[in-house]
Design a protein around this ligand. Sequence first.
Ligand code: IVH
Length: 685
Amino acid sequence: MSGDPESEQATTGVAATRAEQLRTLIRHHDERYHALDDPEIPDAEFDALVIELRELEAEHPELATPDSPSQRVGAPGQVAFAEVRHRVRMFSLDNAFDLDDLTAWSERVLRRLGEESPTPTWACELKFDGLAVSLRYEGGRLVQAATRGDGRVGEDVTANVRTIDAVPERLADGAPAVLEVRGEVYLGLAAFAALNAAQEAAGEKTYVNPRNTAAGSLRQKDAAVTATRDLSFWAYQVGEVVGSPDLASHLDTLEWLGGLGLPVNDRSERFDDFTAVLDHVQAVEAVRHDLDYEIDGVVVKVDDLGLQGELGFTARAPRWAVAYKLPPEERTTTLLDIEVSIGPGGQATPFARLEPVFVGGSTVAAATLHNADQVAAKDVRPGDTVVVRKAGDVIPEVLRPVLSDRPDDRPPWTFPTKCPECGTGLVRGEGEAATFCPNYACPRQVRGRIEHFASRGAMDIEGFGEQRVDLFVTEGLLGDVADVFSLDFDRIAAFEGFGEVSVANLRAAVDEARVQPLGRLLFGLRIQHVGVTVADLVAASFGHFDRLLDATVEELEAVEGLGPIIAVSVHGWLREGRNRDLIDRLRAAGVNLEAAEAVTDDVPQVLDGMAIVVTGTLEGMDRDEARAAIAARGGKSPGSVSKKTRALVAGENAGSKLTKAEELGIPVLDLAAFQRLLATGELPG
Ligand code: IVH
């Protein structure tokens, strides 16, 4: 602050306005989250609002009010259920958002304990993303279950909790007279997916996420509804206990709870050294998606109960524990615009241009919206605040708009009627998900076909990247792939940036491409359904392009590995006049039309028994080829997504399979991730 009273007043005025704004926002989102179980914004955004308010109130203590949402631990008590006063308060946890925060917490612990104290041992547990409940057992029988509420008073949800199979009605022999167990009620990912599948089948609205669905399910007035939800429970703490054995550590306590028949997660670990804790939390981040339930962090606790007693509590949270939050996988950002890109096959794919946002470990500025139906279903509109998800190695996705941020007069987005590249009217076939630009001469398609022809898997022409293809097409040097072999190098030499050496290199690269074997040429021609594998199979079977020219569908189908769809596609391509001309021109340009000697490789069986589903259009690899590549490595490629599916390979215009995989928490791979999987058998973590 400046010390000048007038400007100080002004600063406080700004701070007061912001504090009020934040309180209103926090109350709104708190209600969406806790009372309605239907959050609009990701948890990370909500945390950021609370942190900002707390900081503002710390800086301007005169602005703090006793009813400020910054003072509250969690949800307000709800009126619909009877109140339960917790005999031992249910605290929340302070958060550490990165490794520095976490280290700072451990240093605070050490400082508080003092030099005399033995170095603490650390207990690490997963931070389950559900809702906290307290279960009260008397004489080994479950007598009451309550939500956390505001930490002092919660809601009586006994009848609902009794429907959860994982919560025992009776504890094993040796239970103490009174035992309050705190833990998390959650909905596993498979249960969540099954519930949403049932909702969809019934034509009902699907649920947004497992956490809020678990909360909503637990707070049903009718316990019979809760019973249908397949909720689960992990125990992680005790409240009031009368008559327990002598327990010295937190993890011993968990083991004891496990022995009494309570579900205790087996991923808890004890570490003597804090650097091992730092390694551990990062390792958890890597396995986060292998679990059948959602976690949002790792809780690190001082293991020794005596030391916990010394450390005590702040007004909100224990000093002996901290929640290390994993990087958020969902964030909000502004949807700047929805644009349509034209693929080399003419597919018109809508995508979101986003205000860049750091989410799931990288900055995301664009995300595919797949097709017209998906945009309509999500009802995202340019200008909206939208929730973006990027989990691990999967393709970033726009989940939904934040409707409370949308003015009433914002119009819905409509699919353009004309190709943004060539102005031709776009077409969408009856019952088809994809929209197409039907103009074969559309410059984007021409460029796409030539880029593909020159790409590494096809004719492999060095120095024939996107920018050069763009230039040559724009300058009228290239109209189709056959033109590659009659390039006017004298004109190219006159272009800016082309020295003698680069022109000579380009000429040599084109000459080398002329002798590529038939398999590569066939792949390079972008015949629908013909990827690298199919192209090689056809080449090996026919030996020369001339023998292929008049092949019947039956002859094509007779090729091992070719189904009727591919056979019809190849046959149709060969019958088209413009393609016959193209082949004649390639022949005239001295392009090799003969197959290479067959080579058989022993492909390592890295996908042995794994079910990998393929959907959508993959750039540079046909779906059948992708399936063949999976089969060649010992994997299976079923036509639909189920719980057994290990991964979904999704290209452009992926439809319901993508939705299903996401619901089931199955990793979704783009082409790069799929190629890594084919090479190593490893799924992204
Ligand atoms: S211990 C006094 N352990 O996270 C310590 N909490 O953000 C109380 N949570 O209210 C909490 N997993 O709902 C603890 N392994 C775990 C947890 C856990 C999830 C939740 C719990 C808590 C919230 C705080």
